[in-house]
Design a protein around this ligand. Structure first.
Ligand code: ADP
Ligand code: DP6
Length: 333
């Protein structure tokens, strides 16, 4: 059997995926739209072999325990079942992104895993097929198959739920995103658990669903017209609406920390100072600030007045998934 190897970049949702209508198939309640970024990514190698009697998963050189291998094990079971492969696998993955900190490691991680499995098994999957496969590992991963802007079309079955490229006339090349790393420790409530609790219990969840379709249409129109203000205003409102749902859940929770609020407030101050920039946040306390590339150095310097330099990472738009040369042997370090 071959070693398959792939690199996938994280994506940050501009219109959030928040809630599933099918937990098993990972079918979302709403369409979402993201920007793939170049600063954070995952590289993963996979080898299916007769020599193993269980899957072995190394993340950043550390053999992962049963609990940490669960998500991956379910995904490998799906691959084995779908493509009729009666073998266990050794997986070596390196996250060039903090794991489980709201910086989308699950998106790059599961997209890279899907790409590496496809390469290891010579499946030659199309981007659409790869997107569907990655979705089964982690919903947001289906968007990391594509560079630039991608839309996950929710569909209503395993076959109709996948991401597509959003035409943009390369506008993403004029945009940047500043990551403000408030805390890169693992969060208490994963996105999977957080969205489940919200769908099941939040009195505000219906409000989210009522607003998200219009938000998506506005963002797509703003991309088509290269209207940064419209894009940013909608992205920021959409993130706030998503986070509002967590406060209406039972028990209520929030991913925000005092430093998240400090970063959000600084974004508002920057706007008052005349620089267009808008924040978004995922299932964690870190804040991501969307800005035009021409203003990104200014923004970085302004944030460096209130945050330390190692808390700030500037990203540009990133490419889609890359299948890598797998000649090199597997390493755990
Ligand atoms: P994040 O905000 O980092 O996406 P999540 O809680 O949504 O956090 O997902 C983190 C989970 O994604 C991890 O606990 C692990 O199960 C999975 N994951 C992260 N990186 C990888 C990887 N490189 N390969 C496989 N699975 C990964
Ligand atoms: C807030 O894709 O990590 O980042 O499908 O359960 O693996 P699972 O969840 P995941 O959730 C991402 C949620 C989000 C918004 C987004 O990326 O769209």
């Amino acid at each position: 059997m071959n070693i398959g190897k792939a690199r996938a970049y994280t994506n940050i949702a501009l219109i959030k995926y928040w809630g599933k209508k099918d937990d098993q198939l990972i079918l979302p309640m709403n369409n979402s739209l993201s920007l793939t970024l170049d600063a954070f990514y995952t590289e993963t190698s996979v080898l299916f072999t007769t020599e193993l009697s269980a899957d072995r998963f190394y993340l950043d050189g550390q053999l992962q325990n049963e609990q940490q291998t669960k998500k991956i094990g379910r995904f490998l079971d799906l691959v084995r079942h779908t493509y009729d492969v009666p073998l266990f696998a050794e997986i070596n993955s390196h996250n060039f992104v903090p794991t489980a900190a709201g910086l989308a490691s699950s998106a790059s991680g599961l997209a890279a895993l899907a790409g590496a499995c496809s390469a290891a098994l010579n499946l030659s999957l199309s981007p659409k097929e790869l997107s569907k496969l990655a979705r089964r590992g982690s919903g947001s991963a289906c968007r990391s198959i594509f560079g630039g802007f991608a839309e996950w079309q929710k569909g209503d079955s395993d076959d109709t739920s996948y991401a597509i490229q959003v035409p943009s006339d390369s506008w993403e090349e004029e945009l940047s995103m500043l990551f403000v790393l408030v805390n890169d420790a693992q969060k208490d409530i994963s996105s999977r658990d957080g969205m489940k609790r919200t769908v099941e219990t939040s009195v505000f969840y219906q409000g989210w669903l009522n607003a998200v379709t219009d938000d998506l249409a506005t963002v797509k129109q703003a991309i088509g017209e290269k209207d940064f203000t419209r894009l940013g205003e909608t992205v920021e409102s959409n993130a706030l609406r998503m986070h509002a749902t967590t406060l209406g859940a039972t028990p209520p929770f929030t991913y925000w920390s005092p430093d998240s609020l400090k970063a959000m407030n600084l974004v508002r101050i920057c706007r008052q100072e005349g620089i267009l920039c808008y924040f978004t946040m995922d299932a964690g306390p870190n804040v991501k600030v969307l800005v035009q590339k021409k203003d990104s150095k200014w923004l970085m310097a302004r944030f460096a007045e209130q945050f330390s330099k190692n808390q700030l990472v500037l990203a540009n738009a990133g490419p889609g998934i890359e299948i890598l040369d797998s000649e090199r042997s597997l390493t755990h370090d």
